[in-house]
Design a protein around this ligand. Sequence first.
Ligand code: PMP
Length: 321
Amino acid sequence: MTGNAPSPAPARAARRIVRSAEELVGDTPLMEVRLPGVPESARLLAKLEMFNPLSNVKDRPALYMMREAERSGVLAPEGGTVIECSSGSTGISIAALSAQRGHRCIIVMPDNATEERRQILREFGAEIVLVPHQDGLLPAWRYAEELQRSIPGSWLAHQDENPANLRAHYETTGPEIWEATGGDVDVLVCGVGTGGTLMGVARYLKERRDVHVVAVEPARSAILSGGEAGPHGIPGIGAGYVSDIMDLELIDEVVAVPDDAAADTTHEVNRATGLLAGISSGAAAYAARLLAQRERWAGSTIVTVFPDTGERYLSMARDQA
Ligand code: PMP
């Protein structure tokens, strides 16, 4: 080692001993992303949620929802049954927390969820119920509710109507972005699944300054843009309905992203940054770049969220073949 060589940046929590993976949830880095086509005048920052222990933004709400259920007594501290309906990510976080506590865990998810997601769920001992993806998540929710009624003492996390989902982002993701930027945020660009991330972060930021909030959805299921719900190729966003935790008043603009634009931008992001981000990150980056190219946002800071790792999608081309 030469004397002046810069040492690698310390990893989060590297200077202490943690006693549980739960301590590793949140406190993710914000990275300046130099993407081709983003003008020099704009600063594009991405919140890297793949740094959570299960490599996904949903670790935050899963932990909040589980702790709230334990606190309120609807879920016994151990040996209960936990049910959730999920495109896969929340299911994984919930399954990990359940495994640790000795709960039985049942995840209802669309049948186009990637093989990687199923493997991870099985690793945590979760039972998987697959439902047809063409119908969107609404029928899956009805099924999960029936299941919950039929299993005494079971708890359905219900991320799309559970206020702890949004609160996780209001109390952690939002403040982390605010602190890392010193409050220098002009635009927030964020994909919408349940809307928990967008709603929690937007509410926190808008209480502090006038931030332009942009929701990102798949063009093939562009319901926030007034279109029809439908099957699409951007896992994690575009659930096909507006969840109960959404407050449309907080959204200033909606960008609908075509499937191939999301996939192409994901490759661009990964090659430009050396990260391995998932497809909904590419969708968010596509929309963020559109905003960055506008005259109005010259000299501005645009913050977006990269929800997960690309490792969960590597089989997708094969799955769809
Ligand atoms: N991207 C991915 C990969 C996801 O799994 C999710 C959550 N379903 C989202 C984005 C959207 O997050 P939220 O539910 O907070 O809107």
